[in-house]
Design a protein around this ligand. Structure first.
Ligand code: SF4
Length: 331
């Protein structure tokens, strides 16, 4: 399946410029953009993965990770192919190229039917970077909203503004990867830029979308106390109630540095917890950074084990011990 792409301009009879993400690729006829899923067919830009998925299954919402959005629920999770970054540490690099991965047809309508059949109240666009399958995500999210379902993006946030304004009304929650607070990291390791990601975070907040951020700490790359302090300062300046997931790196793709030491994660956790209300550690052993406590009275709100979650002193977005309104979206 393919569909004419939104957000591009024709430069002449055969060349086009894609305007979906800040790469703004100039694409000659017969070629694809950097993400490999937007193809110039004789001057018409095609979204080549429209209506095609590489994965469609039920996941705990904690796996996205989203810890504050309907905790303990299961969510239909759809993946496609392609990405607007090529991170040296990519853990899903087998999904970068659509030619390397089997894709199955699943129309937006069938995706919504599947969510209904599997009793999922929401759809997550995840696994690869959903932004490069924009037209499919837009149509599916719009159809899902019309049926009363919610939509979740798990994303690198590398967006042009206009397409995001168009999609935002259909998006309820996002986990945005804030890979580093340094632009040179984005440029050299991820082959992107920091500024558009920050803009997406800020626009998502302004739009009332529930957001959580993930920062993968890579050994000797973006894990210094100074890096963590600056990253946390930025988040706290937006809203200290934004949940932050600090995740442990393991060698993958082109990155051979050893796994992040537990001591580095513990230091980062302490620095972040001094400035933010909700900080979590991912891909680690032990209980540190697992549960949620009330930022006012310290009551246990949610305990977690693996990807399962159990509510304690939490009801209707409030701590039942002290009445504090906490940053949870739930029925
Ligand atoms: S979406 Fe793909 S083709 Fe378009 S600008 Fe971004 S990387 Fe290039």
């Amino acid at each position: 399946m393919k569909k004419e792409a939104l957000y591009y301009e024709k430069l002449n009879d055969s060349d086009v410029k894609c305007l979906l993400c800040p790469h703004q690729c100039l694409i000659k006829s017969g070629k694809s953009g950097f993400c490999r899923v937007r193809y110039n067919s004789r001057g018409v830009l095609e979204a080549t993965t429209y209506g095609l998925v590489s994965a469609a299954g039920m996941d705990p919402i904690e796996k996205k990770p989203l810890y504050h959005f309907y905790p303990g629920s299961m969510i239909l999770s759809l993946g496609q192919a392609g990405c607007s970054f090529h991170c040296d540490f990519c853990q899903n690099y087998h999904m970068l190229n659509p030619a390397d991965i089997p894709l199955k047809e699943l129309s937006p309508e069938d995706a919504v039917k599947m969510a209904d059949q599997r009793r999922s109240d929401a759809i997550a666009y995840t696994y690869n970077e959903p932004w490069v399958g924009y037209e499919y995500v837009l149509d599916t999210a719009e159809t899902a909203h019309a049926e009363g379902l919610k939509n979740v993006l798990v994303t690198n946030g590398y967006y042009m503004q206009e397409p995001f304004e168009n999609l935002a009304p259909f998006i309820d929650a996002m986990n945005i990867d804030l890979k580093s607070i340094r632009d040179d990291f984005y440029k050299t390791v991820s082959h992107g830029e920091l500024a558009p990601v920050k803009r997406t975070i800020e626009r998502a907040l302004d739009s009332g979308i529930h957001i959580e951020l993930t920062n993968l700490l890579i050994t000797n790359c973006n894990d210094s106390p100074d890096d963590i302090r600056k990253l946390v300062e930025y988040i706290a300046g937006l809203d200290p109630k934004i949940p932050l997931h600090l995740s442990r790196y393991h060698p993958a793709y082109k990155m051979t540095a050893p796994p992040t030491p537990q001591s580095t994660l513990s230091t980062a956790y302490r620095i972040a917890s001094d400035a933010l209300n909700y900080v979590y550690l991912g891909n680690v052993a032990g209980r540190e950074g697992t549960d949620t406590f009330c930022p006012k009275c310290d009551a246990l709100l949610v305990s977690r084990s693996g990807f399962s979650a159990r509510r304690h002193s939490l009801d209707a977005g409030k701590c039942t011990e002290c009445g504090e309104r906490v940053n949870f979206v739930m029925e």
